[in-house]
Design a protein around this ligand. Structure first.
Ligand code: NAP
Length: 289
């Protein structure tokens, strides 16, 4: 199917970028967002703004959800009520329990669910360079091929719906260790009276280097946090990871510390939705506790 029509429900940071990528690939897109201004702002890409989730989903081949959390996802897809047999590409980060709820919702609405959280932030979403952690039935693969080509540079197929959301928990737990580890090293370098850039220079090009340390570390050093992956969303994910660890019988003590640091940072920055998770640095500075 060359021209798969996609209904995108949710045009926040990630959803907006995904609409741009789908349109660049020439796929017909209908977009709905709770705050209609964000859907309207995407009409310049050639996407059609819809007034309701149901209007967006009507006649769409694929319904893509990119919303904050499982409550929003289940609520919005139920409002959309796509035709039986429609492919539901669920890309939001919903955790293990949330993924189980989407499986139950897909069964109730008779949808073909592909649970597909993504790796990558604002720029990869807009540039079609996400990594897609896809899980769901074989029958959905062909229909989704042009959608995945538009959105991502890599697709990992993982078996039954729900596996993608499980792997996403492990990937984000790694990401948060990297980010908070960078924050701690920046704060410690500065606290010991050295320019924190020295830390990034020291690891550059060596076996423990990571491009991410330079991206997030650069923001931390500048104290400038334009949101790419918002601190509030990261704390939401840290709570999902904690629940996943507990459910899997793995200690949650590392992620408990990550979450406490994110919450301390959130108290200092005012609006955790308005800053990048690099602002987690603010949870480490000054208090001594
Ligand atoms: P965002 O910019 O905060 O957008 C959140 C979206 O969810 C907005 O469209 C918002 O609508 C909508 N929403 C929230 N609560 C809702 C509700 N109760 N009913 C209907 N709509 C609701 O977040 P984002 O960064 O795009 O992230 C979206 C999802 O992708 C999250 O699950 C996040 O964890 C995941 N993710 C994010 C990143 C990243 O780097 N940002 C990377 C990978 C995965 P309004 O505009 O009306 O508020």
């Amino acid at each position: 199917m060359a021209h798969v029509t996609v209904a995108v429900l949710g045009a926040g940071t990630m959803g907006a970028g995904m609409v741009t990528s789908l349109r660049r690939a020439g796929l017909p897109v209908r977009v709905w967002n709770r705050d209609p201004a964000k859907a309207q702002a995407l009409t310049g890409t050639g996407a059609q703004a819809a007034a309701t989730p149901a209007e967006a989903a009507d006649g769409a081949d694929v319904v893509l959800t990119m919303l904050l959390d499982a409550d929003a996802v289940v609520d919005v897809v139920t409002q959309a009520s796509p035709a039986a047999g429609t492919t539901w590409l669920q890309c939001s980060t919903v955790g293990v329990e949330g993924a189980d709820r989407t499986v139950a919702t897909a069964r109730d609405l008779d949808l073909v669910l592909v649970d597909c959280p993504v790796l990558g932030t604002k720029e990869p979403a807009a540039n079609g360079a996400l990594t897609l952690l896809a899980s769901g039935p074989e029958e959905a693969r062909e229909r989704l091929a042009p959608v995945f080509d538009a959105l991502g540079s890599k697709t990992v197929w993982l078996g039954e719906a729900g596996a993608g959301s499980r792997l996403k928990m492990a990937c984000n737990s790694w990401l948060f260790m990297l980010t908070t580890g960078t924050a701690q090293a920046v704060a410690l370098t500065r606290g010991l009276g050295l320019d924190p850039q020295r830390f990034l220079d020291a690891i550059a090009g060596g076996p423990v280097d990571s491009p991410y340390a330079h991206v997030k570390g650069g923001l931390m050093i500048a104290g400038d946090y334009p949101p790419s992956f918002a601190l509030g969303g990261a704390a939401k994910d840290a709570r999902l990871i904690r629940a996943a660890l507990q459910g899997a019988g793995v200690s949650d003590r590392l992620t408990a510390a990550v979450l406490a640091t994110m919450e301390a940072a959130a108290e200092r920055v005012g609006d955790p939705a308005a800053v990048d998770m690099a602002a987690v640095l603010e949870g480490l500075t000054g208090s001594g506790d």
